[in-house]
Design a protein around this ligand. Sequence first.
Ligand code: ATP
Length: 340
Amino acid sequence: MAVVELREVHKRYGKTAAVDGVSLGLREGEFFTLLGPSGCGKTTTLRLVAGFEAPDRGEVWIGKERVDRLPPERRPIGMVFQNYALFPNMTVFGNVAFPLRLKRLPEGEVRRKVGALLEMVHLSGLEDRYPKELSGGQQQRVALARALAREPKVLLLDEPLSALDAKIREELRGELKRLQREVGLTTLYVTHDQEEALALSDRIAVMREGKVEQLGTPKEVYEAPATPFVARFVGAGVLVAGEAREGRFHRGRPWPVRVAGEGKGYLLLRPERLRLDPEGFLEGEVRLSTYLGSLVRLEVEAEGLLLKVDLSPGPAPGVGERVRLSLPEEAPFVKEVANS
Ligand code: ATP
């Protein structure tokens, strides 16, 4: 049974269909991410689960309970926002203790639980600090501890890392994953950052204009994008228009790439799957070479296409040099769909 379930949920603001017929279910203990560009409806979807919005149509379930008419405080959720939202006039201890005191737990138990929660998020020793005396990353840990203090059935996270510096963001990302696994807490996560989504999620729903465009594991979404939109949004790569025929990709002539499907569509060429190879199938010219530390990314113009190619660090051809590229033996083939 799903821990959280949305059934044909709709939500409009004036003329905008923010959420346009979304159905999905979160499994017990799953890290589930809503991924998509700004304005695609992911935050609204999360707010419908949290109870800050009510759907115009459709149902929201948490466990065995239909919750779409319940106020947020009556829903078994914990939430962390992008901008911390800690109580500024309360210490770290006070913030995390707040939901426990609301439940009128005896003070001894409050102390014990806050201690355990702060240890879990690695903040022991900072009990007496105020939010303004903490770094952004530390504030987010407090917010997380406070959300967990409610012992929610589901944890809702709205871009909780996006206000942090890259390094802290990556560190906290790892910890969030560890913590979620440890506690085994069903988590609904919102982000526009595809790398974050791939790194954290058990499953991802890629959203576009209020609809779920694809739902799958990170590997499925990355390796078998259902639509050109998903292919463009998740990961780097170039879509080459052509045709699948008898298991091979054709662009005028047959290309040495196996594809699944038949008919018109796009071959998805990821930068990490193209190779420099003197015997390669495509010939082109290097237009741009970017040193990225762990790799060098080339842009090669070949047959009217601008292809990205990732090389391991080391000697790389310079701009203007002629090169040949070998193609992957097989690659994703993405069909055009009516609403793309
Ligand atoms: P972002 O990443 O920018 O937060 P999002 O994918 O979370 O985007 P939503 O915030 O869910 O998208 O917004 C979906 C659509 O609904 C957008 O077009 C937005 O402008 C609109 N919208 C959201 N909230 C409201 C509101 N309270 N009033 C009017 N329109 C709204």
